[in-house]
Design a binder for this molecule. Structure first.
Ligand SMILES: [Zn+2]
Length: 418
């Protein structure tokens, strides 16, 4: 069961409650709704006892980050969410803008002059797409700290333990022969080859680790010589090399790019430093350990369940039944482009400096009740505002502002229960 966050009248976070208990408090007037997302109520009195400490657990990813709040003593998952990042979108938008500028310069239209002497980057600078991912996570940790008695953080620090991949001896024999053996390399290979058979491309079948150049032919156990294959392909390839088996591309690919993994490792490093500065103790775990924990507890693959399983502190028994997972999509806060151009680079639209029209801002969640006319009825969704006062609500265009009621103020995210 997903719990309801509770604050006392001084906004001090208390033990999260079962929704039924929260409903009684609301109906009897002992509490009021403080926030809809995540659902939080505020009591009308001061708390008389200290809350149990909770742990916030994070599994950062390049597209999706899993978040979970877990009670370590009971194993109860109090809250779970998956944050969809907009890193790729940011990259595309920056490239777009750059293309328009360059086009206008080369065609000698009105343009911003190139700048040369502003290329020094501050220490700790990250590209905007990576910085946005880290900022999304930090924002949500802050929001959760405001409503839950968080006392510790668990962060998956490295998905790929590249040191261990390159030099297995460095970590000592004991670790390699323990229960974790095989997990790091296997997880890395599954990511690298897209979780499908490298030869026939089949998905959702058991995949085996396979030597591109077989060991019997002098191939090594180096990771660059490994791939994943289904049982049939592995058997029929036998002791042939990938070239002899008819897949020269796979053999050429023995040193693939690690750019995405490296970028994620950078983001995780920044997260680790920033979370450390937050004052809460930060526990770290590897991706292999997360998967080991998840498999041991027989949980399916999901970003939020990965978050629940981060770190050695993970309780032996987890209560995950009935948890409602909040889907959070980062949408940004609009753009500051004043002049939109057509595809030829000519000015097409000019925006006003004003974002708020008739009390509404693009991105607010609203409900529109239209009494008469073409759009008669009730519509709800995100609003796109215009100076004319006729807005778009969800997919319905041209609704007058006076029929609107705001449900949620735009905060750069869209929400949906998964
Ligand atoms: Zn296959």
């Amino acid at each position: 069961m997903s719990h309801v966050f509770v604050l006392d009248t001084n906004r001090k976070p208390l033990d999260p409650l079962h929704p039924g208990r929260a409903r009684i408090l609301l109906h009897t007037g002992q509490a009021a709704v403080f926030k809809r997302l995540p659902f939080t109520i505020i009591l009308n009195r001061v708390a008389d006892q200290e809350p149990q400490p909770l742990r916030c657990k994070i599994d950062p990813g390049s597209r999706t980050t899993g978040l979970a709040v877990v009670n370590d003593t009971t194993g109860q998952v109090v809250f779970a969410a998956e944050v969809q990042h907009r890193g790729l979108l940011i990259k595309a938008r920056l490239a777009d803008r750059r293309a328009v500028r360059r086009n206008r310069r080369s065609r000698q239209l009105r343009h911003r002059a190139p700048r040369f002497h502003n290329r020094r980057r501050p220490a700790g600078w990250l590209p905007p797409s990576l910085a946005s991912r880290a900022a999304n996570v930090l924002t949500w940790i802050t929001r959760l700290r405001n409503v839950a008695p968080l006392a510790a953080i668990s962060l998956e620090l490295v998905k790929f333990d590249t040191q261990r991949l390159q030099n297995a001896e460095i970590s000592g024999v004991e670790y390699q022969q323990g229960t974790l053996v095989g997990y790091e390399v296997r997880e890395y290979l599954l990511e690298k080859w897209g979780r499908q058979c490298a030869y026939c491309g089949r998905q959702n079948v058991p995949l085996e680790i396979e030597h591109i150049v077989p060991k019997s032919r002098g191939g090594s156990d180096r990771v660059s010589n490994l791939t994943v294959a289904c049982h049939l392909c592995n058997q029929s390839k036998g002791n042939r090399t990938a070239v002899e088996f008819g897949y020269p591309a796979i053999q050429q690919q023995t040193r693939p790019p690690l750019g995405d993994a490296a970028a994620m490792n950078v983001t995780r490093g920044l997260l680790y430093r920033r979370l450390g500065a937050s004052g809460l103790p930060v526990e770290t775990g590897s991706g292999g350990l997360t998967k080991f924990n998840r498999v041991q507890r027989e949980l399916p693959k999901a970003h939020w369940l990965d978050a629940v399983c981060v770190g050695v502190s993970t309780p032996a028994v987890l209560q995950t039944r009935g948890v409602r997972v909040l889907g959070i999509t980062a949408l940004g806060h609009g753009n500051r482009q004043m002049c939109r151009t057509d595809k030829y680079g000519f000015p097409r639209l000019h925006r006003t400096r004003c974002n708020v029209h008739f009390g509404f801002r693009t991105g607010d969640l609203v409900r529109a009740t239209v009494p008469t006319g073409k759009h008669q009825g009730t519509h709800s969704g995100r609003v796109a505002v215009r100076a004319s006062g006729r807005f778009r609500v969800g997919t319905v265009d041209g609704i007058a502002y006076r029929y609107l009621q705001r449900l949620w103020r735009a905060d750069g995210y869209a929400y949906q229960y998964l």
